[in-house]
Design a protein around this ligand. Structure first.
Ligand SMILES: Cc1cc2nc3c(=O)[nH]c(=O)nc-3n(C[C@H](O)[C@H](O)[C@H](O)COP(=O)(O)OP(=O)(O)OC[C@H]3O[C@@H](n4cnc5c(N)ncnc54)[C@H](O)[C@@H]3O)c2cc1C
Length: 462
């Protein structure tokens, strides 16, 4: 078996650092004057986010309200929650907003104002969710494709609550693969999106959250959960194999991490998938374990002679993991400084790029520094621009996507499809991410911090 070590800084840092910064500035100069749609203050959502970023208490109440909103069935319910969440002195709301809230809860204007509020929340959700079903999403996907951006689609829904729901989700995924591959086969050809250094890439690409496919999923009941999920996922993977579709397993909470990795390996070791080259897994750079997990995956891939995609992300559950570890008095699995997650992202990027014999790399981030580092390190290794791809979330960071796409890189949008109710958890997570002080998008496009500061190399200091 191949042995790996962890010292991957094989190139002169100062030399390469100059190139990373130069590319970063170049990307910045192409997109700084534009505003990503989530921060657009012409829209209600942009105004609300703007206020959230300057008023911590309002942010908390707004996100709590958005979270509970889909379960409020009557206007009376909504009024009651508005009163409870927002009619508080500690929010220090501007007079115009106070007036608007009053209009929603009192007098003859109330029903109309509530209607406007519902419309605004739906509009906000639509920034992140492409459609309620595949039919609604297809025109959006085609528009993306026509603008030279590829996609991976995800059916919203986390943690199935009963087996009927899980089975239903499985059927929806099978249906999604069929419809997507059939419809997209008629779209125009694009060498930028369809050609990789290893061959042709499928147009159809989906991302799956395993917790949505088994209501009894419990990592402590490892073997039984594995049997159930493997059976369901084999159906999805085989359908994908028959319809030329890529399938990623998304990475969720830390407690599911080892299970997800084991499940991924077990699927690819199955005889039925021995020729399937289109499987992918997500790794989270905010986890201290991930370097070890990545090296083990590479070793496993080499020994089984399997190639697969790795989507490198920073991780979407930082607050959750930190809170759980504190509450349970457990060692915290995630880095506690943003710079450490960024530094680890770069370290893992280098490992991935050193193993393209096993891994097909996908760098998912809206952070220009992280992306410029990945691109420059790939060039440094003489990897062609189509031997990796850059992934971003639908509805976010449009100026960055446009700039990278024009530079000739393959950009893929992660496009969620689904109802508002299961979509709310996703929506609130995205809003939290983008309004946090640490968010690269906020620092770049709202706080207008200096590009040179944002592009500085991140370091571990412990
Ligand atoms: C295409 C795509 C697919 C994705 N799929 C997944 C997935 O399957 N699973 C998943 O978990 N996430 C997923 N994400 C979300 C991703 O993990 C990040 O949350 C998101 O991209 C923000 O990171 P950034 O690099 O874009 O921005 P940045 O602003 O550079 O980074 C923000 C990230 O830094 C980390 N962070 C913030 N504060 C701290 C702190 N104090 N200490 C340490 N770290 C901190 C968090 O991970 C936070 O999300 C996906 C993202 C994209 C673009």
């Amino acid at each position: 078996m191949t042995k790996f070590n962890s010292s991957y800084n094989t190139y002169s840092m100062s030399d390469i650092e100059v190139k990373i910064q130069r590319l970063g500035h170049n990307i910045f100069s192409q997109c700084r004057k534009q505003t990503p749609s989530i921060f657009n203050k012409d829209w209600w959502s942009g105004k609300m986010l703007d206020l959230s970023m300057s008023n911590k208490n309002f942010k908390l109440q707004l996100f709590r309200f958005i979270d509970v909103f889909p379960s409020l069935t009557s206007n009376e319910d909504i009024r009651h929650h508005i009163q409870e969440y927002f009619n508080r002195d500690d929010l220090h709301l501007p007079a115009t907003l106070k007036f608007g809230l009053l209009a929603m809860t009192e007098g003859i204007t109330s029903s109309l104002a509530l209607l406007a509020l519902k419309k605004n929340i739906h509009h906000m959700a639509k920034l992140f969710i492409s459609g309620q079903n595949i039919e609604e999403a297809l025109p959006q996907l085609k528009n993306l494709w026509d603008s030279e951006i590829s996609f991976t689609t995800d059916l919203l829904g986390e943690k199935a609550l009963c087996e009927k729901e899980a089975e239903n989700h499985l059927q929806q995924y099978l249906n999604l693969i069929e419809k997507l591959s059939l419809t997209s086969s008629a779209w125009k050809q694009s060498s930028q999106l369809e050609t990789a250094s290893w061959g042709k890439i499928p147009r159809c690409n989906i991302s799956v959250k395993i917790s949505s496919l088994n209501s009894q999923l419990d990592p402590l009941n490892f073997d039984e959960s594995l049997i159930v999920l493997k059976t369901r996922l084999l159906k999805i993977f085989k359908k994908a194999q028959d319809h030329n579709c890529t399938v990623y397993l998304d990475m969720e909470h830390y407690e599911l991490k080892d299970f997800t990795l084991a499940l991924f390996k077990s699927l690819l070791e199955d005889k039925a998938l021995s020729n399937f080259q289109e499987a992918g897994i997500v790794l989270q750079a905010y986890l201290k374990d991930t370097e070890r997990d990545l090296l083990q995956l590479i070793e496993w891939g080499s020994s089984y002679q399997r190639k697969f995609y790795v989507r490198l992300v920073k991780g979407a559950y930082w607050d959750h993991e930190t809170t759980i570890a504190r509450l349970q008095n457990w060692p915290c699995p995630v880095f506690q400084k943003k710079e450490h997650s960024d530094a680890n992202y770069e370290k893992l990027t280098n490992i991935i790029l050193d193993h393209t014999n096993v891994i097909r790399p996908a760098f998912a981030s809206h952070n220009i520094r992280s992306l410029a580092h990945a691109i420059t390190q790939a060039h440094q290794r003489d990897l062609s621009p189509n031997s990796f791809e850059l992934q971003m979330l639908w509805g976010m960071a449009e100026p960055i996507k446009k700039a990278l796409c024009q530079m000739g890189y393959r950009v893929r949008d992660y496009v969620p499809i689904g109802d508002l109710v299961p979509g709310m958890a996703f929506l609130v997570r995205r809003l939290l991410e983008n309004t946090s002080n640490e968010s690269f998008l906020r620092q770049s496009f709202v706080d207008n911090e200096e590009a040179s500061g944002l592009l500085r190399a991140p370091h571990f200091d412990e």
